[in-house]
Design a protein around this ligand. Structure first.
Ligand code: AMP
Length: 478
Protein backbone atom coordinates (compact mmCIF):
# COMPACT_ATOMS: atom_id res chain seq x y z
CA UNK A 1 0.00 0.00 0.00
CA UNK A 2 1.61 3.30 -1.02
CA UNK A 3 2.02 5.80 1.72
CA UNK A 4 3.55 8.65 -0.22
CA UNK A 5 1.37 10.80 -2.46
CA UNK A 6 4.04 10.70 -5.13
CA UNK A 7 3.28 7.01 -5.68
CA UNK A 8 -0.28 7.83 -6.71
CA UNK A 9 0.56 9.49 -10.03
CA UNK A 10 -1.91 12.25 -9.38
CA UNK A 11 -2.38 14.85 -12.12
CA UNK A 12 0.16 17.62 -11.76
CA UNK A 13 -2.30 20.32 -10.54
CA UNK A 14 -3.53 18.00 -7.79
CA UNK A 15 -0.04 16.86 -6.80
CA UNK A 16 1.01 20.51 -6.61
CA UNK A 17 -1.91 21.37 -4.34
CA UNK A 18 -1.12 18.43 -2.05
CA UNK A 19 2.53 19.44 -1.87
CA UNK A 20 1.46 22.98 -1.02
CA UNK A 21 -0.70 21.65 1.81
CA UNK A 22 2.47 20.21 3.28
CA UNK A 23 1.18 16.64 3.48
CA UNK A 24 4.15 14.32 3.69
CA UNK A 25 2.50 10.95 3.59
CA UNK A 26 -0.98 9.55 3.28
CA UNK A 27 -3.09 8.89 6.31
CA UNK A 28 -4.36 5.29 6.67
CA UNK A 29 -7.78 6.08 5.18
CA UNK A 30 -6.11 7.84 2.25
CA UNK A 31 -3.67 4.99 1.65
CA UNK A 32 -6.54 2.54 1.54
CA UNK A 33 -9.32 4.52 -0.11
CA UNK A 34 -7.57 6.56 -2.80
CA UNK A 35 -6.41 3.59 -4.92
CA UNK A 36 -9.90 2.04 -4.71
CA UNK A 37 -11.76 5.25 -5.59
CA UNK A 38 -9.38 5.73 -8.52
CA UNK A 39 -10.71 2.48 -9.96
CA UNK A 40 -14.27 3.82 -9.80
CA UNK A 41 -15.50 1.29 -7.26
CA UNK A 42 -18.04 2.06 -4.55
CA UNK A 43 -16.58 2.43 -1.07
CA UNK A 44 -17.99 2.06 2.37
CA UNK A 45 -15.50 3.69 4.70
CA UNK A 46 -15.47 3.73 8.48
CA UNK A 47 -13.59 6.88 9.26
CA UNK A 48 -14.21 9.95 11.31
CA UNK A 49 -13.47 13.55 10.54
CA UNK A 50 -9.87 14.25 11.41
CA UNK A 51 -8.56 11.10 9.76
CA UNK A 52 -7.95 12.83 6.42
CA UNK A 53 -11.03 11.36 4.81
CA UNK A 54 -11.88 14.48 2.77
CA UNK A 55 -8.69 14.09 0.76
CA UNK A 56 -9.32 10.34 0.68
CA UNK A 57 -12.39 10.86 -1.49
CA UNK A 58 -11.76 14.32 -2.96
CA UNK A 59 -8.36 13.69 -4.53
CA UNK A 60 -9.25 10.53 -6.49
CA UNK A 61 -12.62 11.98 -7.43
CA UNK A 62 -10.99 15.15 -8.80
CA UNK A 63 -8.41 13.03 -10.56
CA UNK A 64 -11.17 11.05 -12.30
CA UNK A 65 -12.99 14.25 -13.25
CA UNK A 66 -9.89 15.85 -14.76
CA UNK A 67 -10.95 14.49 -18.15
CA UNK A 68 -13.85 16.98 -18.10
CA UNK A 69 -11.67 19.94 -17.15
CA UNK A 70 -12.23 22.93 -19.43
CA UNK A 71 -11.88 26.70 -19.42
CA UNK A 72 -15.18 27.44 -21.12
CA UNK A 73 -17.33 30.14 -19.54
CA UNK A 74 -20.51 28.35 -20.61
CA UNK A 75 -22.38 26.88 -17.61
CA UNK A 76 -23.37 23.93 -19.79
CA UNK A 77 -19.71 22.89 -19.85
CA UNK A 78 -19.60 22.74 -16.07
CA UNK A 79 -22.40 20.43 -14.96
CA UNK A 80 -22.42 18.95 -11.48
CA UNK A 81 -20.31 15.80 -11.73
CA UNK A 82 -19.67 15.12 -8.07
CA UNK A 83 -22.06 15.63 -5.20
CA UNK A 84 -20.88 15.57 -1.59
CA UNK A 85 -23.63 15.43 1.05
CA UNK A 86 -23.02 16.28 4.69
CA UNK A 87 -25.27 16.61 7.72
CA UNK A 88 -24.37 20.08 8.98
CA UNK A 89 -23.57 23.48 7.63
CA UNK A 90 -20.25 23.69 9.40
CA UNK A 91 -19.10 20.36 8.05
CA UNK A 92 -20.26 21.25 4.54
CA UNK A 93 -18.37 24.51 4.73
CA UNK A 94 -15.28 22.82 6.07
CA UNK A 95 -15.24 20.08 3.43
CA UNK A 96 -15.93 22.60 0.65
CA UNK A 97 -12.98 24.71 1.78
CA UNK A 98 -10.70 21.68 1.64
CA UNK A 99 -11.95 20.65 -1.80
CA UNK A 100 -11.32 24.19 -3.06
CA UNK A 101 -7.72 23.89 -1.91
CA UNK A 102 -7.22 20.50 -3.59
CA UNK A 103 -8.77 21.77 -6.84
CA UNK A 104 -6.97 25.10 -6.66
CA UNK A 105 -4.71 24.52 -9.68
CA UNK A 106 -7.34 22.84 -11.83
CA UNK A 107 -10.09 24.49 -13.86
CA UNK A 108 -12.75 22.60 -11.96
CA UNK A 109 -15.20 24.61 -9.97
CA UNK A 110 -16.70 23.77 -6.62
CA UNK A 111 -19.45 25.32 -4.54
CA UNK A 112 -21.21 24.74 -1.27
CA UNK A 113 -24.89 25.15 -0.46
CA UNK A 114 -26.45 24.91 2.99
CA UNK A 115 -29.47 26.31 4.75
CA UNK A 116 -29.78 29.19 7.15
CA UNK A 117 -28.46 31.78 4.72
CA UNK A 118 -29.80 33.53 1.64
CA UNK A 119 -30.28 31.24 -1.37
CA UNK A 120 -29.51 33.97 -3.91
CA UNK A 121 -25.69 33.99 -3.86
CA UNK A 122 -25.75 30.17 -3.94
CA UNK A 123 -28.13 30.28 -6.91
CA UNK A 124 -25.84 32.65 -8.82
CA UNK A 125 -22.89 30.32 -8.25
CA UNK A 126 -24.84 27.22 -9.24
CA UNK A 127 -26.13 28.86 -12.42
CA UNK A 128 -22.56 29.56 -13.51
CA UNK A 129 -21.89 25.83 -13.34
CA UNK A 130 -19.87 23.79 -10.84
CA UNK A 131 -18.27 20.38 -11.16
CA UNK A 132 -18.19 19.58 -7.44
CA UNK A 133 -21.18 20.49 -5.32
CA UNK A 134 -21.00 20.16 -1.54
CA UNK A 135 -24.37 20.39 0.16
CA UNK A 136 -26.58 19.68 3.12
CA UNK A 137 -29.64 17.67 2.05
CA UNK A 138 -32.40 20.17 2.88
CA UNK A 139 -30.94 23.14 1.04
CA UNK A 140 -29.95 20.98 -1.91
CA UNK A 141 -33.58 19.91 -2.30
CA UNK A 142 -34.60 23.57 -2.26
CA UNK A 143 -32.19 24.22 -5.12
CA UNK A 144 -33.34 21.16 -7.01
CA UNK A 145 -36.95 22.29 -6.69
CA UNK A 146 -36.00 25.79 -7.82
CA UNK A 147 -34.23 24.17 -10.79
CA UNK A 148 -30.93 25.74 -9.78
CA UNK A 149 -29.20 22.38 -9.52
CA UNK A 150 -29.43 19.72 -12.17
CA UNK A 151 -27.98 16.39 -11.12
CA UNK A 152 -28.38 14.20 -14.19
CA UNK A 153 -24.67 14.20 -14.98
CA UNK A 154 -23.43 13.25 -11.52
CA UNK A 155 -20.75 10.58 -11.66
CA UNK A 156 -19.77 10.59 -8.00
CA UNK A 157 -21.83 10.93 -4.90
CA UNK A 158 -20.30 11.02 -1.43
CA UNK A 159 -22.48 10.43 1.63
CA UNK A 160 -20.21 11.85 4.29
CA UNK A 161 -20.89 11.40 8.02
CA UNK A 162 -23.74 9.15 6.94
CA UNK A 163 -24.52 8.00 10.49
CA UNK A 164 -25.15 11.56 11.54
CA UNK A 165 -27.31 12.24 8.51
CA UNK A 166 -29.51 9.34 9.55
CA UNK A 167 -29.45 10.45 13.21
CA UNK A 168 -30.69 13.87 12.20
CA UNK A 169 -33.48 12.29 10.15
CA UNK A 170 -32.21 13.04 6.66
CA UNK A 171 -33.03 9.59 5.26
CA UNK A 172 -36.13 10.71 3.30
CA UNK A 173 -34.23 13.70 1.89
CA UNK A 174 -31.30 11.46 0.93
CA UNK A 175 -33.63 9.03 -0.76
CA UNK A 176 -35.18 11.83 -2.78
CA UNK A 177 -31.83 13.29 -3.77
CA UNK A 178 -30.45 9.89 -4.77
CA UNK A 179 -33.51 9.34 -6.96
CA UNK A 180 -32.45 12.32 -9.10
CA UNK A 181 -29.00 10.86 -9.80
CA UNK A 182 -28.01 8.63 -12.70
CA UNK A 183 -27.97 4.94 -11.77
CA UNK A 184 -24.55 4.59 -13.31
CA UNK A 185 -22.32 6.32 -10.80
CA UNK A 186 -19.81 5.74 -8.03
CA UNK A 187 -21.14 6.04 -4.50
CA UNK A 188 -18.86 6.57 -1.53
CA UNK A 189 -20.26 6.31 1.96
CA UNK A 190 -18.34 7.40 5.04
CA UNK A 191 -19.55 6.86 8.52
CA UNK A 192 -18.05 6.75 12.00
CA UNK A 193 -19.86 3.48 12.66
CA UNK A 194 -21.47 0.77 10.57
CA UNK A 195 -24.78 0.49 12.38
CA UNK A 196 -27.53 -1.77 10.96
CA UNK A 197 -29.20 1.37 9.50
CA UNK A 198 -26.00 2.35 7.72
CA UNK A 199 -25.65 -1.16 6.36
CA UNK A 200 -29.24 -0.99 5.09
CA UNK A 201 -28.51 2.33 3.40
CA UNK A 202 -25.38 0.86 1.82
CA UNK A 203 -27.27 -2.22 0.62
CA UNK A 204 -29.84 0.00 -1.07
CA UNK A 205 -27.54 2.48 -2.75
CA UNK A 206 -24.04 1.03 -3.10
CA UNK A 207 -23.00 -1.58 -5.61
CA UNK A 208 -20.57 -4.18 -4.45
CA UNK A 209 -18.71 -1.71 -2.23
CA UNK A 210 -15.18 -2.15 -0.97
CA UNK A 211 -15.24 -1.85 2.79
CA UNK A 212 -12.47 0.18 4.38
CA UNK A 213 -12.20 0.46 8.10
CA UNK A 214 -9.46 2.48 9.63
CA UNK A 215 -10.78 4.38 12.59
CA UNK A 216 -11.37 2.07 15.46
CA UNK A 217 -14.28 3.82 17.06
CA UNK A 218 -14.63 3.91 20.81
CA UNK A 219 -10.94 3.96 21.38
CA UNK A 220 -9.22 6.63 23.38
CA UNK A 221 -6.09 8.26 22.07
CA UNK A 222 -3.19 7.22 24.25
CA UNK A 223 -1.76 10.72 24.11
CA UNK A 224 -4.65 12.20 26.08
CA UNK A 225 -4.20 12.78 29.80
CA UNK A 226 -7.62 12.12 31.29
CA UNK A 227 -9.00 13.28 34.61
CA UNK A 228 -12.39 12.76 36.18
CA UNK A 229 -13.04 15.22 38.98
CA UNK A 230 -15.73 14.89 41.59
CA UNK A 231 -17.52 18.18 41.94
CA UNK A 232 -20.96 19.47 42.74
CA UNK A 233 -22.87 21.15 39.92
CA UNK A 234 -22.22 24.50 41.55
CA UNK A 235 -18.48 23.93 41.64
CA UNK A 236 -18.03 23.06 37.99
CA UNK A 237 -17.56 26.59 36.68
CA UNK A 238 -15.04 27.42 39.35
CA UNK A 239 -13.18 24.16 38.75
CA UNK A 240 -13.03 24.89 35.04
CA UNK A 241 -11.60 28.35 35.56
CA UNK A 242 -9.10 27.08 38.07
CA UNK A 243 -7.77 24.32 35.81
CA UNK A 244 -7.54 26.69 32.83
CA UNK A 245 -5.56 29.11 34.96
CA UNK A 246 -3.35 26.56 36.70
CA UNK A 247 -2.45 24.76 33.49
CA UNK A 248 -1.99 27.99 31.55
CA UNK A 249 -4.36 26.73 28.86
CA UNK A 250 -4.67 29.01 25.87
CA UNK A 251 -7.64 27.28 24.26
CA UNK A 252 -10.14 24.60 25.16
CA UNK A 253 -13.35 23.00 24.08
CA UNK A 254 -16.03 22.87 26.75
CA UNK A 255 -18.78 20.32 26.15
CA UNK A 256 -22.23 20.59 27.63
CA UNK A 257 -25.31 18.43 27.15
CA UNK A 258 -27.93 21.01 26.23
CA UNK A 259 -28.31 24.06 24.05
CA UNK A 260 -29.66 26.04 26.96
CA UNK A 261 -26.78 25.01 29.21
CA UNK A 262 -24.38 25.88 26.43
CA UNK A 263 -25.62 29.43 26.00
CA UNK A 264 -25.87 29.97 29.74
CA UNK A 265 -22.38 28.72 30.51
CA UNK A 266 -20.80 30.70 27.67
CA UNK A 267 -22.52 33.85 28.90
CA UNK A 268 -21.41 33.41 32.49
CA UNK A 269 -17.81 32.57 31.57
CA UNK A 270 -17.75 35.60 29.32
CA UNK A 271 -19.08 37.73 32.17
CA UNK A 272 -16.26 36.42 34.33
CA UNK A 273 -13.74 37.70 31.86
CA UNK A 274 -13.01 34.58 29.83
CA UNK A 275 -12.96 34.99 26.09
CA UNK A 276 -15.76 32.57 25.29
CA UNK A 277 -18.11 31.72 22.49
CA UNK A 278 -20.94 29.23 22.19
CA UNK A 279 -21.65 26.83 19.35
CA UNK A 280 -25.09 25.31 19.34
CA UNK A 281 -27.95 24.64 17.00
CA UNK A 282 -30.03 27.68 17.96
CA UNK A 283 -27.42 30.12 16.75
CA UNK A 284 -27.81 31.61 13.30
CA UNK A 285 -25.66 30.13 10.60
CA UNK A 286 -23.63 33.26 10.35
CA UNK A 287 -23.00 33.32 14.10
CA UNK A 288 -21.91 29.69 14.12
CA UNK A 289 -19.45 30.12 11.27
CA UNK A 290 -18.07 33.26 12.90
CA UNK A 291 -17.70 31.47 16.25
CA UNK A 292 -15.83 28.65 14.58
CA UNK A 293 -13.59 30.96 12.57
CA UNK A 294 -12.79 33.04 15.66
CA UNK A 295 -11.83 29.93 17.62
CA UNK A 296 -9.70 28.60 14.79
CA UNK A 297 -7.98 31.96 14.48
CA UNK A 298 -7.17 31.88 18.18
CA UNK A 299 -9.31 34.92 18.94
CA UNK A 300 -11.46 32.93 21.33
CA UNK A 301 -10.13 30.91 24.25
CA UNK A 302 -13.08 28.74 25.18
CA UNK A 303 -15.54 27.24 22.74
CA UNK A 304 -18.58 25.96 24.60
CA UNK A 305 -20.42 23.45 22.46
CA UNK A 306 -23.03 20.73 22.37
CA UNK A 307 -22.17 17.37 20.83
CA UNK A 308 -24.37 17.88 17.81
CA UNK A 309 -22.83 21.26 17.03
CA UNK A 310 -19.27 20.09 17.50
CA UNK A 311 -19.04 16.54 16.27
CA UNK A 312 -16.95 16.28 13.17
CA UNK A 313 -15.63 19.83 13.19
CA UNK A 314 -12.11 20.02 11.95
CA UNK A 315 -10.53 21.73 14.90
CA UNK A 316 -7.24 20.11 15.61
CA UNK A 317 -4.68 20.47 18.30
CA UNK A 318 -6.99 21.82 20.97
CA UNK A 319 -4.82 21.57 24.09
CA UNK A 320 -7.72 20.63 26.32
CA UNK A 321 -11.26 19.35 26.32
CA UNK A 322 -13.59 19.81 29.26
CA UNK A 323 -16.65 17.68 29.73
CA UNK A 324 -18.59 20.19 31.75
CA UNK A 325 -21.38 17.64 31.68
CA UNK A 326 -20.72 13.92 31.45
CA UNK A 327 -22.12 12.98 28.03
CA UNK A 328 -25.35 11.00 27.92
CA UNK A 329 -23.83 8.62 25.39
CA UNK A 330 -20.53 7.05 26.29
CA UNK A 331 -19.46 7.13 22.60
CA UNK A 332 -19.64 10.91 22.76
CA UNK A 333 -16.98 10.83 25.45
CA UNK A 334 -14.59 9.30 22.95
CA UNK A 335 -15.62 11.76 20.24
CA UNK A 336 -15.21 14.69 22.59
CA UNK A 337 -11.78 13.79 23.85
CA UNK A 338 -10.73 12.96 20.29
CA UNK A 339 -10.49 16.74 19.80
CA UNK A 340 -7.32 16.83 21.80
CA UNK A 341 -4.16 14.79 21.59
CA UNK A 342 -4.52 14.43 17.84
CA UNK A 343 -1.68 13.45 15.57
CA UNK A 344 0.58 12.47 18.42
CA UNK A 345 0.19 15.80 20.27
CA UNK A 346 -0.41 15.49 23.97
CA UNK A 347 -3.79 16.64 25.20
CA UNK A 348 -5.80 17.06 28.36
CA UNK A 349 -9.35 15.81 28.88
CA UNK A 350 -11.13 16.82 32.06
CA UNK A 351 -14.54 15.50 33.02
CA UNK A 352 -16.60 16.95 35.83
CA UNK A 353 -18.59 14.28 37.59
CA UNK A 354 -21.36 15.24 39.95
CA UNK A 355 -23.22 12.84 42.19
CA UNK A 356 -25.99 12.11 39.71
CA UNK A 357 -23.58 11.11 36.95
CA UNK A 358 -22.73 7.71 38.43
CA UNK A 359 -24.49 5.68 35.78
CA UNK A 360 -23.09 7.75 32.90
CA UNK A 361 -19.54 7.27 34.18
CA UNK A 362 -20.33 3.57 34.49
CA UNK A 363 -21.28 3.60 30.79
CA UNK A 364 -17.94 5.16 29.91
CA UNK A 365 -16.08 2.58 32.00
CA UNK A 366 -17.91 -0.17 30.18
CA UNK A 367 -17.03 1.31 26.80
CA UNK A 368 -13.38 1.94 27.61
CA UNK A 369 -13.15 -1.36 29.47
CA UNK A 370 -11.32 0.15 32.36
CA UNK A 371 -12.05 1.49 35.83
CA UNK A 372 -12.28 5.26 36.14
CA UNK A 373 -10.72 6.78 39.22
CA UNK A 374 -12.44 9.89 40.48
CA UNK A 375 -10.22 12.64 41.79
CA UNK A 376 -10.99 15.43 44.21
CA UNK A 377 -10.19 19.03 43.40
CA UNK A 378 -8.21 21.21 45.72
CA UNK A 379 -9.93 24.52 45.33
CA UNK A 380 -8.16 27.84 45.56
CA UNK A 381 -9.12 30.30 48.26
CA UNK A 382 -11.91 31.85 46.21
CA UNK A 383 -13.85 28.61 45.76
CA UNK A 384 -17.64 28.94 45.84
CA UNK A 385 -18.73 29.74 49.37
CA UNK A 386 -20.78 27.32 51.38
CA UNK A 387 -20.27 24.40 49.01
CA UNK A 388 -18.74 21.13 49.94
CA UNK A 389 -16.68 19.18 47.47
CA UNK A 390 -18.66 16.13 48.23
CA UNK A 391 -18.86 14.55 44.78
CA UNK A 392 -16.19 12.02 45.51
CA UNK A 393 -17.79 11.06 48.78
CA UNK A 394 -21.17 10.79 47.08
CA UNK A 395 -19.62 8.52 44.51
CA UNK A 396 -18.04 6.36 47.17
CA UNK A 397 -21.28 6.16 49.05
CA UNK A 398 -23.09 5.25 45.87
CA UNK A 399 -20.51 2.51 45.52
CA UNK A 400 -21.31 1.35 49.02
CA UNK A 401 -25.02 1.25 48.25
CA UNK A 402 -24.34 -0.58 45.01
CA UNK A 403 -21.66 -0.53 42.38
CA UNK A 404 -22.34 2.17 39.75
CA UNK A 405 -22.22 -0.48 37.08
CA UNK A 406 -25.15 -2.23 38.67
CA UNK A 407 -27.40 0.44 37.27
CA UNK A 408 -26.02 0.25 33.74
CA UNK A 409 -29.18 -1.14 32.29
CA UNK A 410 -31.37 1.52 33.77
CA UNK A 411 -33.42 3.54 31.27
CA UNK A 412 -31.68 6.52 29.65
CA UNK A 413 -34.20 8.89 31.17
CA UNK A 414 -32.25 10.40 34.01
CA UNK A 415 -35.35 11.12 36.05
CA UNK A 416 -36.43 7.53 36.04
CA UNK A 417 -32.97 6.12 36.56
CA UNK A 418 -32.22 4.94 40.05
CA UNK A 419 -30.21 7.64 41.62
CA UNK A 420 -27.33 6.89 43.90
CA UNK A 421 -28.13 7.55 47.51
CA UNK A 422 -26.41 10.77 48.40
CA UNK A 423 -25.87 11.26 52.02
CA UNK A 424 -24.45 14.58 52.94
CA UNK A 425 -22.76 14.21 56.22
CA UNK A 426 -21.94 17.89 56.49
CA UNK A 427 -19.96 19.04 59.48
CA UNK A 428 -22.33 19.54 62.45
CA UNK A 429 -23.45 23.15 62.78
CA UNK A 430 -22.23 24.97 65.89
CA UNK A 431 -24.89 24.79 68.60
CA UNK A 432 -26.82 27.94 69.32
CA UNK A 433 -28.68 27.89 72.69
CA UNK A 434 -31.46 30.00 71.13
CA UNK A 435 -32.66 26.99 69.12
CA UNK A 436 -32.76 24.75 72.16
CA UNK A 437 -35.37 26.91 73.90
CA UNK A 438 -39.09 26.10 73.60
CA UNK A 439 -41.06 28.19 71.10
CA UNK A 440 -42.38 31.47 72.53
CA UNK A 441 -45.04 33.40 70.58
CA UNK A 442 -44.24 37.10 69.98
CA UNK A 443 -45.20 39.30 72.94
CA UNK A 444 -47.88 41.42 71.16
CA UNK A 445 -49.47 38.30 69.66
CA UNK A 446 -50.68 40.25 66.65
CA UNK A 447 -52.83 38.39 64.09
CA UNK A 448 -51.04 37.35 60.93
CA UNK A 449 -50.98 39.92 58.15
CA UNK A 450 -53.41 38.05 55.87
CA UNK A 451 -56.03 38.03 58.65
CA UNK A 452 -55.58 41.62 59.66
CA UNK A 453 -56.00 42.94 56.12
CA UNK A 454 -52.53 44.44 56.19
CA UNK A 455 -51.10 45.28 52.78
CA UNK A 456 -47.74 43.60 53.11
CA UNK A 457 -46.42 44.21 49.62
CA UNK A 458 -46.87 47.96 49.53
CA UNK A 459 -44.57 48.44 52.45
CA UNK A 460 -41.73 46.98 50.38
CA UNK A 461 -42.28 49.25 47.41
CA UNK A 462 -40.21 52.40 47.42
CA UNK A 463 -42.24 55.58 47.74
CA UNK A 464 -40.42 56.79 44.62
CA UNK A 465 -41.96 54.07 42.51
CA UNK A 466 -45.51 54.60 41.38
CA UNK A 467 -47.01 51.22 40.63
CA UNK A 468 -48.91 50.97 37.37
CA UNK A 469 -52.66 50.76 37.79
CA UNK A 470 -52.96 47.05 37.23
CA UNK A 471 -50.27 46.27 39.75
CA UNK A 472 -51.71 48.74 42.23
CA UNK A 473 -55.01 46.88 42.00
CA UNK A 474 -53.31 43.81 43.37
CA UNK A 475 -52.37 45.66 46.48
CA UNK A 476 -55.94 46.65 47.35
CA UNK A 477 -57.14 44.99 50.46
CA UNK A 478 -60.77 44.74 49.35
P1 AMP B 1 -10.41 15.48 7.39
O1 AMP B 1 -10.51 14.23 8.19
O2 AMP B 1 -10.51 15.25 5.94
O3 AMP B 1 -11.37 16.53 7.88
O4 AMP B 1 -8.96 16.07 7.62
C1 AMP B 1 -8.53 16.52 8.84
C2 AMP B 1 -7.32 17.41 8.68
O5 AMP B 1 -6.18 16.67 8.32
C3 AMP B 1 -7.47 18.51 7.66
O6 AMP B 1 -7.09 19.74 8.23
C4 AMP B 1 -6.52 18.16 6.55
O7 AMP B 1 -5.96 19.31 5.96
C5 AMP B 1 -5.47 17.32 7.27
N1 AMP B 1 -4.89 16.27 6.42
C6 AMP B 1 -5.53 15.53 5.51
N2 AMP B 1 -4.67 14.66 4.94
C7 AMP B 1 -3.47 14.85 5.51
C8 AMP B 1 -2.17 14.25 5.33
N3 AMP B 1 -1.97 13.26 4.47
N4 AMP B 1 -1.18 14.70 6.08
C9 AMP B 1 -1.38 15.70 6.98
N5 AMP B 1 -2.56 16.30 7.18
C10 AMP B 1 -3.60 15.89 6.45
Amino acid sequence: MPSSFSKLSLAEPLARAVAEMGYESMTPIQAQAIPVVLTGKDVMGAAQTGTGKTAAFALPLLQRLMKHENTSTSPARHPVRALVLLPTRELADQVAQQIKLYAKYTNMRSAVVFGGIDMKPQTIELKKGVEVLVATPGRLLDHIEAKNAVLNQVEYVVLDEADRMLDIGFLPDLQRILSYLPKQRTTLLFSATFSPEIKRLANSYLQDPVTIEVARPNQEASTVEQHFYSVTDEEKRHALKQIVRQRGLKQAFVFVNSKLGCARLARSLEREGMNTTALHGDKSQDERLKALAAFKAGEVDLLVATDVAARGLDIKDVPAVFNFDVPFNAEDYVHRIGRTGRAGQSGLAVTFVSGSDTRLVGDIEKLLKRKIELEAIEFDEDRPRGRINDGRRAWREAGEVGDPRDVLDAPRDRDRAPRPQREYRAAPAPRDPFFDQPYQPPANDAPPAWEAGIKPATSRVSTNIKPKRKVAALFKSE
